[in-house]
Ligand binder design. Structure first.
Ligand SMILES: [Zn+2]
Length: 335
C-alpha cells in the first residue's frame, strides 16, 4: 500500500487504525496482570478494546463504581464494544450516570450516543474545545473520505462496516459534545467518587486522563497505547510531559488507552521508549532502525501474541516515515 493510500485509509478509519502492514490479531486474555482487570474492592472494571486485523480499533473502557450508578471512561468504536458496557451495567443492575471521554478519537467516543440512548441522564465530561476543532477539521475530512470510499464500493465487508459506523459517529457529532467541558486539570467528585482529571495536549488537543486515589489507579487514555503511540494528531513534547506527570502520581496500576494493564515499571519503560522513538525520528537513522528499537523496548509490555512485535514495528515505522519525519507533528507545540 502506498503511503498516501495508507494515510487516506487511516483518515477513513478515523485514527491510526487500519495500517494493513501493522495489523495483528490480539486474543482476549482474562488474566489480571495481562489483559483483564477487575477490582471489586475498589469498584473498577476493565473492558478491553479489540484490535482485529484490518479493522478499526476500540479503546479500552474502564467502569468505576459511584454512589447509585456507574462512571464510564471511554465508550469504544464498535457497537459490539458498547454493548459490553451496556451488558455490564445490566449485570450490575446500575445506571450509567456519567461518561468521561479521554479524547475525541472515534475509538473512544463513538459509543456515547448508544449509552445516552440507554441512560439519557448520564452526564458527559470531555474537552469540548478539542472536539469542536476536530469536528470542523480532522473528523470532517475523515467523514468526507469515508463517503468517497463507501461510494467507490471497493472496501471489504469489515472496512465497509467501519467506514459506515465512523461516518455515522461523525454525522451524529452534535451528540458527542460534553455537558461538562473539561479544559484544565481539576478534581471532580461524581456521585461521591472523587477523581483527579488531568488535562494534556499530547495525543490530541484535549486529552483527559484520570488519577483515582481510591484505587491508586491511572486511566491514561491514549497517552499510553500499544502497539505504538498513535501520533496522527499528537504533540510529542506535550505527550512526553504527560507521561512524566502520570509517573508523578502515587499510582499502583495504569490502564492504557490500548493494551494491557501496566505497573509503574511498565510505564517507565513506555516513557523511555516513547522519548527514544521521537528522538530517533528527529535524527537521520533509517526508519526501520527506530522502529526495531521501539519494538524491542516495548516487547515486555505487550500481551505476548506472536504478532505483537510485527505490529509494534509496523506502526512505529509508519509514524516515523509518515508523521514524525514529514513534520506533521511540530517539534514544539505552542498554544
Ligand atoms: Zn485510541
Amino acid at each position: 500500500m502506498k503511503v498516501r493510500d495508507l494515510i487516506l485509509t487511516i483518515l477513513a478509519a478515523g485514527i491510526a487504525l487500519a495500517c494493513a502492514a501493522c495489523a495483528t490479531q490480539q486474543t482476549a486474555d482474562p488474566d489480571y496482570s495481562k489483559a483483564n482487570f477487575d477490582r471489586a474492592d475498589a469498584g473498577v472494571h476493565l473492558i478491553r478494546g479489540t484490535f482485529e486485523q484490518g479493522r478499526g480499533l476500540d479503546g479500552n473502557t474502564v467502569v468505576l463504581d459511584a454512589k447509585g450508578g456507574l462512571i464510564v471512561f471511554d465508550t469504544g468504536r464498535h457497537a459490539a464494544h458498547t454493548q459490553k458496557i451496556l451488558d455490564y451495567a445490566k449485570r450490575r443492575g446500575l445506571p450509567i450516570i456519567a461518561i468521561l471521554n479521554s479524547h475525541w478519537h472515534l475509538d473512544h467516543i463513538s459509543g456515547n450516543p448508544a449509552l445516552l440512548d440507554a441512560f439519557p441522564k448520564a452526564a458527559v465530561y470531555s474537552s469540548d474545545a478539542a472536539l469542536a476543532e476536530a469536528l470542523g477539521g480532522f473528523l470532517a475530512k475523515g467523514a468526507e473520505n469515508n463517503r468517497k470510499q463507501i461510494a467507490e464500493g471497493k472496501l471489504d465487508p469489515g472496512q465497509l462496516e467501519d467506514a459506515k459506523s465512523d461516518l455515522a459517529a461523525v454525522e451524529a457529532g452534535a451528540r458527542l459534545h460534553p455537558i461538562v467541558p473539561l479544559e484544565e486539570t481539576q478534581t471532580l467528585t461524581i456521585a461521591g467518587r472523587t477523581v483527579d482529571a488531568h488535562f494534556a495536549k499530547g495525543a490530541s488537543a484535549g486529552d483527559i486522563w484520570l488519577y483515582d486515589p481510591k484505587a491508586k489507579l491511572v486511566l491514561a487514555g491514549d497517552l499510553i497505547t500499544l502497539p505504538a503511540p498513535f501520533l496522527d494528531t499528537a504533540c510529542p513534547i506535550a505527550w512526553r510531559q504527560g507521561l512524566d506527570e502520570i509517573l508523578a502520581q502515587p499510582f499502583e496500576t495504569v490502564v492504557p488507552g490500548h493494551g494491557r494493564v501496566m505497573t509503574r515499571a511498565d510505564v517507565t519503560i513506555y516513557r523511555d521508549a516513547f522519548s527514544a522513538l521521537v528522538a530517533c525520528a528527529r535524527g537521520t537513522a533509517e526508519a526501520t532502525i527506530c522502529a526495531d528499537a521501539w519494538a524491542t523496548s516495548v516487547a515486555p509490555l505487550q500481551d505476548g501474541a506472536e504478532t505483537d512485535g510485527r505490529a509494534a514495528r509496523g506502526y512505529a515505522r509508519y509514524y516515523v516515515e509518515s508523521v514524525l519525519r514529514p513534520g506533521a507533528t511540530p517539534a514544539d507545540c505552542p498554544e
